[in-house]
Design a protein around this ligand. Structure first.
Ligand SMILES: CC(C)(COP(=O)(O)OP(=O)(O)OC[C@H]1O[C@@H](n2cnc3c(N)ncnc32)[C@H](O)[C@@H]1OP(=O)(O)O)[C@@H](O)C(=O)NCCC(=O)NCCS
Length: 223
């Protein structure tokens, strides 16, 4: 998502428990690790603050996303906020790491737009040394599958500033469909930017990733 839902000024310790029933699930206790071939996605830890500060506050990474925290302590507060939101069942944030290295090199966030995550929005940022390396598509696939399989998402939305070439390219290659342009929907550095609204529908994703049907060839009898 272009807009990180985290806002330091509104970071209170009150958990936003909805008025309806509150069902606690496993992922609300702790996020399962998502393992790929070249990535391992795991829960954020306070000790990730220095690497995330170093990698996600550079001008090229932060250009089209909501301003990230400006200090290591700010990232620590953000990380602890992500844990509280996860416990409340409204949001999850994964740290991207490379197998064998525990350093967080980026994040993937998913937040619910409707109760029980029926509609949700995702967003992501990676340190620029890892752009174009295959880390994004592999991590994205793991997060999309987690959203559909575990969170119960049916429609996964994303927003990308029209000017954000890599962000748009990244979404398109994951099969996200452009639905409309949200005019001047994102304020960044005093500029009102247009954003493209994308969505991946659960049914479309499953159809795209369904195993190819097995072709049975029936041997013809030769008399
Ligand atoms: C968004 C982000 C996580 C994607 O990771 P990445 O490693 O750069 O993504 P990839 O290289 O796998 O995919 C980007 C695609 O966009 C393409 N692309 C690059 N510049 C482009 C441009 N100006 N216009 C269109 N497509 C472009 C790339 O060629 C690539 O496609 P390909 O693999 O088919 O060649 C990363 O760029 C990032 O962290 N950006 C800063 C944070 C951000 O903007 N996040 C919000 C995104 S909505």
């Amino acid at each position: 998502m272009e807009k990180m839902p985290y806002r330091p000024e509104s970071d209170t310790r009150v958990l936003p428990v909805s008025s309806g029933e509150f069902i606690s699930t496993d992922w609300q206790q702790r996020l399962p690790v998502l393992n790929g071939k070249q990535v391992a996605l795991r829960e954020l830890r306070a000790s990730d603050a220095p690497s995330l500060f170093a990698l996600l506050t550079t001008a090229e990474v932060a250009r089209f996303i909501s301003p990230p925290p400006t200090t290591v302590e700010g990232f620590e507060q953000f990380i602890s906020w992500t844990h509280r939101q996860r416990t409340a069942g409204t949001y999850v944030c994964y740290a991207v790491t490379l197998p064998g290295f525990d350093t967080a090199i980026g994040i993937f966030q998913v937040r619910q737009h409707e109760a029980h995550f029926a509609t949700a929005e995702w967003g992501f940022a990676l340190g620029s040394p890892f752009w174009g390396t295959g880390v994004f598509p592999e991590s994205a696939k793991l997060v999309i599958e987690f959203a559909f399989e575990t969170l119960g998402v049916h429609r996964l939305e994303a927003r990308a500033a029209v000017l954000n070439g890599r962000g748009n390219g990244a979404l398109l290659k994951m099969g996200a469909v452009q639905e409309c342009v949200l005019r001047r929907s994102f304020e960044r550095d005093g500029q009102a930017l247009d954003q493209v609204l994308y969505a991946i529908l659960e049914d479309d994703w499953r159809a795209m990733h369904a195993p190819a049907p097995v072709r049975l060839t029936i041997p013809t009898r030769v008399h």
